[in-house]
Design a protein around this ligand. Sequence first.
Ligand code: ASP
Ligand code: MG
Length: 245
Amino acid sequence: MQILKFGGSSVANSKNINAVISIIKKVLSDDAEMVVVLSAFGGITDALIETVVLASKADISYQEKLEGIVQRHLQAVRELIPLDKQSSVLSMVKKRCNEIEDICKGVFLLKELTPHTKDSIISYGEILSTSIFSEALNCLKIKNCWKDSKELILTNSVFGRASVDFLATNKAITNFFSSSDHQLFILPGFVGRDKNGNTTTLGRGGSDYTASILGAALKASNVQIWTDVSGMMTADPNLVSNAKI
Ligand code: ASP
Ligand code: MG
């Protein structure tokens, strides 16, 4: 078993997503079992946060911001899925986007944003990216199993930076994978669920952690964290403007 994780910039547009698909195809040809963990499409987590923060300030421009997020995902479907198979995938994406819209409307009306609600909103980034990706693979006849990580990564209720309950999580992961005979699994990074069934997240950049949790539980031969930057930066470029590769 191998775990391959691709971050937001690796799935930021259909060109990059197709590059990820070629990598997966190559690894699959070795007959290996594989879990692919994806982040949200690049920039989507930030955009979701900005949207719900606007809504919490009763700023109606949240609707415009949300529409941009919706269009970006619909566009990805149009670019990745052949025309004759688009309608079911488009309606799946629209259904999930309607859920985001419903939550934002609640936040707008109440002018209240709790960490719990924020996690519910931002979890949709990974749920959407992986569902579209899984459908794109299906259309290429690459059989795969999409699994909602919220059912496997079980956490406490510290929204925004939840801690993993490893006993419960490892059990859920091993139970699920031992009862499935798929070769390829597609899972959203970053998201989990607490004891009460509420959505939690593992902290910003948490998809790497999701990949590692899965790798450890499944005793994977390796966990690969893919990125579209050659090499490594000397520092975090968000903090150090002259960081070099
Ligand atoms: N999408 C989340 C973030 O932007 C998690 C991740 O990308 O690892 O923080
Ligand atoms: Mg990252």
